[in-house]
Design a protein around this ligand. Structure first.
Ligand SMILES: C[S@@+](CC[C@H](N)C(=O)[O-])C[C@H]1O[C@@H](n2cnc3c(N)ncnc32)[C@H](O)[C@@H]1O
Length: 286
């Protein structure tokens, strides 16, 4: 597929959209170069993660190869009890809330933006049928797994692309589903993904985001230092996502396409730890 409508990354003032936290620093530290790789450290590093690079974003390979790119991991994680444990037992509720929102969303052209473990893809396929579900991911192993879960080839149109730079035309999808992607990508990638969503969703379309809710300062998992430490170690970009105002960011991105995003519903799950948010995308003239 060729890129039909290239656009420039919007010039966003991220300082207005996110609290000035240590995410940017730690992300840059993580992504801008590796002292050991440059030889300025005494200790040589094998950088084994590079084995998985294969055209994928460096943050994905470096921080998540063990979860999404290693075939053993894809087999291991794609089991209901494992996914449910990762989501603190909330998988069913999160899926249920997401599917409930989708029931009312326009189904003509639906995009699942990146693959996920579990039942989401087959459930989406069922809901949008007889239309096909579009799915995009940068990892071939994930696309293959998604394809293995659907009844026939026509039901799922799977393409390998980077969610930050989609090769779809403007206004291509009546609904886009983002299920736990945003907290897994660094800040600039997050802005690029949200900008792409605003570009590919037309006036009247819907963006469904299932994610962590804003900084859960009162939640036991956040208040208890060991659990907060573990979760932010496993999810190095989560702290930045917790502090990001998604609605403002979408609207900032939307200016480039004369569109705006309004929150239609925002369901909180697990004592405000997770959220399922439906945004209606409309033209700014309205
Ligand atoms: C949706 S997220 C997390 C899903 C969630 N933890 C689950 O499985 O339920 C994981 C997926 O995003 C994909 N991904 C991450 N960054 C991407 C990017 N920039 N473009 C396309 N796919 C990306 C990974 O390859 C992986 O398949």
């Amino acid at each position: 597929m060729t890129k039909t409508n290239a656009h420039e990354t919007p010039d966003l003032n991220v300082d207005n959209l996110c609290s000035p936290v240590n995410e940017t620093e730690s992300e840059l530290e993580g992504l801008q170069g590796d002292k050991t790789a440059c030889g300025s450290s005494k200790f040589p590093s094998l950088n084994l993660y590079r084995y998985f690079l294969d055209g994928q974003p460096e943050y994905l390979v470096r921080y998540y190869w063990w979860a999404y790119l290693w075939p053993v991991a894809t087999w291991f994680f794609d089991h209901q009890p494992i996914i449910n444990a990762i989501l603190f037992g909330q998988y069913k509720k999160l899926m249920g809330a997401t599917m409930a929102r989708l029931e009312n969303a326009p189904h003509e052209n639906t995009l699942q933006l990146t693959c996920v473990y579990g039942e989401l893809t087959p459930k989406l396929v069922e809901t949008v049928s007889p239309a096909s579900l579009h799915i995009t991911d940068v990892a071939t192993v994930q696309l293959e797994l998604a394809k293995s879960k659907v009844p026939n080839e026509q039901a799922l149109l799977a393409t390998r692309m980077n969610a930050e730079h989609l090769a779809y035309r403007d206004d291509s999808f009546s609904t886009v589903v983002l299920f736990f992607l945003l907290h897994e990508v660094p800040q600039q990638a997050r802005l690029n993904v949200l900008s792409e969503c605003m570009r590919v969703i037309p006036d009247g379309g819907v963006l469904l985001v299932t994610e962590y809710a804003p900084l859960p300062t009162n939640h036991i998992i956040y208040r208890f230092p060991p659990s907060r430490w573990i979760i932010t170690k496993l999810e190095p970009f989560l702290d930045g996502f917790w502090r990001m105002d998604v609605a403002s960011t979408l609207n900032e991105c939307g200016k480039n396409f004369d569109k705006k995003a309004d929150v239609v519903s925002d369901e909180r799950i697990f004592a405000d730890f997770y959220r399922v948010t439906e945004y209606k995308i409309t033209s700014r003239d309205e």
